[in-house]
Design a protein around this ligand. Structure first.
Ligand SMILES: Nc1ncnc2c1ncn2[C@@H]1O[C@H](COP(=O)(O)OP(=O)(O)O)[C@@H](O)[C@H]1O
Ligand SMILES: [Mg+2]
Length: 447
């Protein structure tokens, strides 16, 4: 019947119910008691005043039998209107009259004694009886048993018990209902998750509860999709990697076997050995770049950020690539504000710039320009060459691992550039220049 959540729901409902009832019934009891006592006191004193007034002309002397009798007649007449019990005493504290006989001595004493509080379980009021001259000649003491006053409260408690039982039953029904609407979507989601983790198959029926469970379901679906995407890209990466490694390995193997078998000799053999060396270097390069890229993406390569002068950094990169540029007759113009300082890991940014410039030298005709535009909180760095630029839509694939176009090499350079720029909280995009050539635009934070 009830599952764990249902039981929890029911229990909390009951606890709440009992707390609410006990608080309300205690408050009610307390307030109603006070009210009842106050009201009774008021009643007692007004009744007492009536009796005291009736007794103004009646002597309360114990010796006066006539007085006693006359008094009693008056009192008996008055008692008809009074619900409480009463005792009348004279100024010598002799009891002239009492409406009930079976009261224990202690209670009577407490009632009669001046200044004493009412005996436990009673409410009492004492009113002086004055004669015509205004001097006190005795007292009327009216009293009522509290039990009689609280009769109402007992009735109330009975009603409360019935309401607790009724509310409890309603609570049971409500929690059964809630359990159904709460637990069944959770069960459905659990099944979905189990199915996915067992078979990698996503049940795409959405859970439409309109609450947190629906949100959870949506997040779960989004998560599985990104896991799938990650799996696919990982798969692709492995395939690409093995393909890229295989090509140089095959040619190394081919030449090595040919040399060993004596198929190629002399000058041809020398060329073969050259190719083996070249391809081994290429393999080493790919592996090194892959390792570096993986370390960057897994944040294993920690950035050491230091304020660095951008112009100096770019100048150093150009120095290191100068020979290559001269060899190809390519001029590099630097137009960078010499004041710009950016927080960066200069080794890594150097590596990124080197990648961009060596690509530029490969594709430029005669010229590469590097410009900077200072903006609030960032610097825009533009690296432009006068080559033939990118082919249709090529600019969207450039940064993918192993993507290489015509005359490309490993296809990992721009992935590394992007990873480095992003590790600096920067951005990089590529597009064709209006006239001719490729533009790489970097946004780097200056703070
Ligand atoms: N300045 C450029 N002009 C034209 N094409 C470029 C330029 N820079 C990069 N590319 C294209 O982007 C591809 C990827 O570059 P990169 O990731 O550095 O790999 P790689 O240099 O090993 O080929 C290159 O093969 C080339 O097709
Ligand atoms: Mg490159």
């Amino acid at each position: 019947m009830l599952k764990k959540i249902g039981v929890k729901l029911l229990l909390s409902y009951f606890v709440l119910l009992i707390i609410a009832f006990s608080v309300s019934s205690n408050t009610y009891n307390f307030l109603s008691r006070r009210y009842a006592i106050n009201e009774t006191k008021k009643q007692l004193s007004s009744e007492g005043l009536v009796i005291a007034k009736l007794l103004t002309n009646v002597p309360l002397n114990s010796n006066s039998i006539r007085g006693k009798l006359a008094g009693k007649t008056v009192i008996k007449a008055a008692e008809r209107f009074i619900e409480a019990d009463l005792i009348i005493i004279n100024d010598e504290r002799e009891i002239i009259y009492r409406s009930i006989e079976n009261l224990d001595k202690k209670t009577v004493l407490k009632l009669v004694r001046v200044g004493s509080t009412a005996p436990i379980g009673y409410v009492a009021e004492r009113i002086g009886i004055t004669d015509r001259n205004g001097s006190v000649k005795g007292h009327v003491i009216l009293f009522a048993k509290l039990n009689n006053i609280y009769g109402l409260n007992r009735l109330m408690r009975g009603t409360e018990l019935i309401s607790i039982i009724t509310a409890g039953l309603v609570a049971l029904l409500i929690s059964l209902f809630f359990e159904k609407s709460l637990v069944s979507p959770i069960t459905a989601l659990t099944k979905k998750i189990d199915k996915y983790s067992d078979t990698k198959q996503l049940d795409s029926n959405p859970i439409l509860t309109g609450d947190e469970i629906q949100h959870l379901d949506e997040r779960f679906i989004a998560m599985t999709k990104s896991i799938q995407q990650y799996d696919e890209s990982h798969q692709r990466f492995l395939q690409n990697t093995s393909h890229e490694l295989k090509t140089p390995l095959m040619s190394i193997q081919g030449y090595a076997e040919a040399i060993k078998d004596g198929v190629i000799k002399g000058k041809e053999m020398d060329e073969g050995l050259e190719i083996i060396i070249e391809q081994s270097q290429r393999l080493k390069g790919i592996v090194e770049e892959l390792i570096y890229l993986t370390r960057l993406e897994n944040a294993e390569e920690k950035l050491i950020l230091m304020p660095t002068n951008l112009k100096e950094l770019v100048f150093n990169v150009c120095q290191s690539i100068k020979l290559l540029a001269e060899e190809k007759n390519i001029a590099i113009n630097i137009e960078i504000n010499s004041q710009i300082e950016i927080p960066c890991d200069s080794d890594k940014l150097h590596r990124a710039m080197l990648n961009l410039l060596s690509n530029g030298i490969r594709y430029a005709n005669s010229n590469i320009s590097i410009r900077s535009v200072v903006e609030s909180n960032q610097v825009r760095l533009l690296i432009q060459d006068d080559g033939s630029g990118f082919k249709m839509n090529e600019e969207y694939k450039l940064f993918d691992r192993f993507y290489k176009g015509e005359r490309g090499s490993t296809g990992l350079g721009l992935s590394i550039v992007k990873a480095i720029v992003e590790a600096h909280a920067g951005k990089i995009i590529a597009y064709n220049a209006a006239a001719t050539g490729a533009v790489f635009e970097l946004l780097l934070p200056t703070k």
